[in-house]
Design a protein around this ligand. Structure first.
Ligand SMILES: [Zn+2]
Length: 430
């Protein structure tokens, strides 16, 4: 029997309303006991968590691991190592591999490659449509059998409203959500940064906030009409979040996540970077007023989860002009530190809400195991040092990619250990 005793930690578990000093005993891959001064059988390894937060394992419900098809950007193995070092015990991989994850054989391949890594868990997200081309529905049921936990055409919106409605209806029979990528391609019109005063000033083609918001509105209306489970990813405007807030108030099963770059950076940072493509992402970095709208939605509980939207690209691709470079920034190894630094130390939310957004929330949105330290739950835990000061250094990241706008940023707060199934899969040198 494998055991681990975690001593003297500050246990923060929103699923039980817990925030107090305790020990946790892990046995055979599950949480066996919680309490003060727990006793374990002789020889049980002990991990001293004094001055650390002990939380249910963090779950990233949106990342791109690029395998199969673009292993020069990231592989499942390198992505999962980066995830472990970022404090994640589980991640969900988007379907935009090549071939796309639109077929149970690809779902199985992704799952089996992750099992070989034997670290952070991977839950595949299957494609809604075959080839992600928005026409014929993919084999959703067969992919669920192979472990897919949600469906999304990744970075392609489902333009056909009827297909989206059918997918929402069909997914209900498997109790999985449909994940919407909110972008209207016609309105986006080849834009590369947020449309506003800054894009006008520096002369880059703008991406209007409405390109995101009208798809959020449409998808919510369709989901409401069939009572489907809809999750909207990386929302970045106040109006998008107002729409989610009002759908929730009406009692519909609509959820959403936000990414750290959208609650920290603005379009002024794009200008200040001299249009560095490492600041190019979809949705684009918005105005300061939109960032305020995102922070408000985090504060009032409209947001269910923080996701990395880890989007690795090769350095050559990010050396193109801003307009031509691909969208996306990496985030697996910076999301937790950025969230602690900006949201907790910046006094937007408290520690319990922060852990909810990184663990309990994503588990609930996708119906995944974990997100809780109740006895009998999987022994997946993330240990945090809220006071640790560190600097984002791309050269030290375990991801294959380096496309981050946060290089050189000094942060307070970091994950220091990641435990999956009762086994320490990553630990920092404290
Ligand atoms: Zn994405």
């Amino acid at each position: 029997m494998t055991r681990l005793l975690i001593r003297n930690g500050r246990v923060v578990d929103p699923s039980q309303g817990l925030d107090e000093g305790m020990d946790i005993l892990l046995e055979d891959g599950c949480v066996a006991a919680l309490g003060e001064r727990l006793r374990a059988v002789k020889g049980t390894p002990v991990l001293d968590a004094s001055d650390l937060v002990v939380a249910p394992g963090f779950i990233d419900l949106h990342c791109h691991l690029r395998e199969p098809g673009a292993e020069h950007k990231e592989t499942i193995a390198s992505g999962l190592r980066a995830a472990a070092a970022g404090g994640y015990t589980a991640v969900c991989a988007m379907a935009d591999s090549d071939p796309a994850n639109d077929d149970p054989a690809v779902t199985r391949y992704v799952r089996e490659m992750a099992e070989e890594v034997d670290g952070t868990r991977l839950y595949p997200i299957g494609a809604i449509s075959k080839g992600r081309n928005g026409e014929a529905m993919a084999e959703i049921g067969e992919m669920v059998d192979e472990g897919a936990v949600a469906f999304s055409d990744a970075d392609r919106p489902v333009s056909n409203a009827l297909l989206l409605r059918r997918a929402l209806e069909y997914a209900l029979s498997f109790d999985v959500p449909i994940v919407s990528y909110p972008m209207d391609p016609d309105l986006a019109d080849g834009g590369s940064m947020h449309e506003g005063a800054v894009s006008t000033r520096i002369g880059l083609r703008g991406l209007p906030a409405a390109a995101e918001e009208i798809v959020v509105a449409r998808d919510i209306l369709i989901a409401e009409s069939v009572r489907g489970r809809l999750h909207l990813c990386h929302l970045s405007t106040g109006a998008s979040l107002d729409l989610v807030r009002s759908a929730k108030q009406k009692g519909f099963e609509v959820s959403c996540d936000v990414a750290p770059h959208h609650f920290i950076l603005t379009d002024e940072d794009v200008a200040a970077s001299n249009y560095d493509p490492n600041w190019k992402t979809y949705p684009p970095l918005r105005s300061a007023a939109e960032v305020e709208g995102v922070l408000q939605a985090i504060y009032d509980g409209t947001v269910d989860a923080i996701a990395s939207d880890h989007s690795p690209h090769h350095a050559d691709e990010k050396e193109l002009d801003f307009g031509d470079a691909p969208f996306g920034v990496i985030g697996l190894e910076t999301t937790v530190g950025l969230a602690v630094d900006r949201l907790l130390h910046g006094k937007v939310i408290g520690i319990s809400q922060l852990v909810r957004l990184l663990s309990t929330g994503p588990a609930e949105v996708l119906g995944l195991p974990g997100g809780s330290l109740r006895e009998g739950e999987p022994a997946d835990l993330t240990l945090l040092d809220l006071r640790k000061r560190w600097t984002v250094n791309p050269a030290k990241l375990l991801s294959k990619a380096r496309n981050t706008p946060f290089a050189g940023r000094r942060l307070k707060g970091a994950p220091v250990a990641t435990i999956v199934g009762g086994k320490v899969i990553w630990q920092s040198s404290r």
